[in-house]
Design a protein around this ligand. Structure first.
Ligand code: DSN
Length: 423
């Protein structure tokens, strides 16, 4: 037993639960495409006394006294974000990616305005116009999707919809699309119909920071993102924009859609922008992409159909029907987690099953790359995943496969084995 920490003393039950999740994160292979492992330095920043401070407003224009240090920290985060992505303006206050999108829409749209966005079932995000989300309720979203054959973004369809509906905004970006996004094509279409171009890079922000995916900043009016996925920062959102939209974006974040800034989170953002500006981070971002590509190839080689024919980024979708017509994404994800590989079920294009059941699983390599895995481990993992799914009714084979996965996870722990998950 190590020395009691303040948390363990104050709330042993909670401390034990955090330690339990640290163990889960360490002992299973984490392939959820939107997750990563933060550094211990990040935990220090985000667990700091900055959580105590109220600071509604912006640096130099606060509604509370005592914000002089908070101003310096927020300016540090803003300057680093602008320099990392080469943007005119950055707002680091959005509490999450969804909040970033909400503020960005509210900055330039009025309720009922027409917007073009990628459909959720084609790889878009809930905030790109899903009817169960505020975006689909407040605005007149028109959904575009993928070409049925190639499963690549169908730019003819995007253009035709843009010409027909004359949207005020086009949203480019996705949560489940595995190929390079051609921002220039979106920009051409947006210019043709006079639409604002918003690019949502929540998933690929880390790849863009590391030079492993083209940046939309030269093309987009507004860029929204999260900081906790491939970027390895704290949970949170970010908005970049041109000078033209800076004032409107700032007003839409505070006071229109949010209250006090979360200052410990902003400190974490400052840290992650610094970490992401290094050559080591660039090497890391490229390794994420190599790992995803090798993992997808290994699974395809073992007989799994990869949506869109493969991946150019950190993630991909695998069609479970290619392994067995009866296999659903839900069953596959549940079984894989029991076997020590954590993924999420995901709809695939033209999925006949409901979003709760689905025919696909989504896999991403940011977290395993942080844990140190490389191509060799991706081959082992890809083969093991397909074999688990194929042999799912054979307990003896599953038992051997579980051991193989567990050995692999033990070789690449995200955090030291004695780490309690918080200090
Ligand atoms: N829910 C996140 C994802 O998993 O992609 C996006 O917000």
């Amino acid at each position: 037993m190590t020395d009691m920490t303040p948390l363990a003393e104050a709330d042993p039950s909670l401390a034990a639960l955090i330690a339990k999740d640290a163990h889960r994160q360490r002992s299973k292979i984490q392939l959820i495409a939107s997750e990563n492992f933060v550094s211990r330095a990040m935990m220090e920043a985000v667990g700091s006394v900055l959580a105590n401070k109220y600071s509604e407003g912006y640096p130099g224009r606060r509604y509370y006294e005592g914000c002089e240090v908070i101003d310096e920290i927020e300016n540090l985060a803003i300057d680093r974000a602008k320099s990392l992505f080469g943007s005119d303006h950055a707002n680091v206050q959005p509490h999450s990616g969804s909040q970033a999108n909400m503020a960005a829409y509210l900055a330039v749209l009025k309720p009922g305005d027409t917007v073009l966005g990628m459909r959720l079932d084609q790889g878009g995000h809930l905030t790109h116009g899903s009817p169960v989300n505020f975006s689909g309720q407040l605005f007149n979203f028109i959904g575009y999707g993928l070409d049925e054959e190639s499963e690549l973004i169908d730019f003819d369809n995007v253009r035709a919809l843009a010409l027909e509906h004359k949207p005020k905004m086009i949203v480019a970006g996705s949560s489940a699309y595995s190929k390079i996004i051609d921002w220039g094509e979106f920009k051409k279409i947006a210019d043709e119909v006079g639409a604002i171009l918003l690019t949502d890079i929540a998933h690929i922000i880390g790849l863009i920071a590391g030079g492993a995916h083209p940046s939309p900043v030269p093309y987009a009016d507004i860029v929204t993102a999260t900081t906790h996925k491939a970027l390895r920062g704290p949970r949170g959102g970010l908005i970049l924009c041109t000078d033209e939209y800076a004032k409107a974006i700032d007003k839409a974040v505070f006071p229109y859609s949010q209250g006090g800034a979360i200052n410990h989170q902003i400190a974490g953002k400052a840290l992650c922008f610094k970490q992401a500006a290094t050559p080591e981070f660039s090497a890391y971002a490229h390794q994420i992409v190599r790992n995803a590509s090798v993992l997808a190839d290994a699974m395809a080689g073992a007989g799994a159909r990869i949506v869109s024919g493969g991946t150019d980024n950190h993630m991909f979708l695998a069609d479970m029907r290619s392994i067995d017509e009866e296999l659903t994404g839900k069953e596959a994800a549940t079984l894989l987690d029991e076997m020590g590989v954590t993924v999420n079920r995901n709809s695939i294009p033209l999925d006949p099953r409901s979003p709760f059941v689905t025919s696909g699983i989504r896999m991403g390599t940011a977290a395993v790359t942080t844990a140190g895995m490389k191509q060799e481990q991706m081959v082992t993992l890809g083969n093991a995943v397909v074999e688990i799914l194929r042999k799912r009714h054979d307990p003896a084979v599953l038992s051997q496969l579980r051991d193989r996965v567990s050995e692999l996870a033990a070789q690449f722990p995200a955090y030291p084995v004695d780490f309690n998950g918080y200090v």
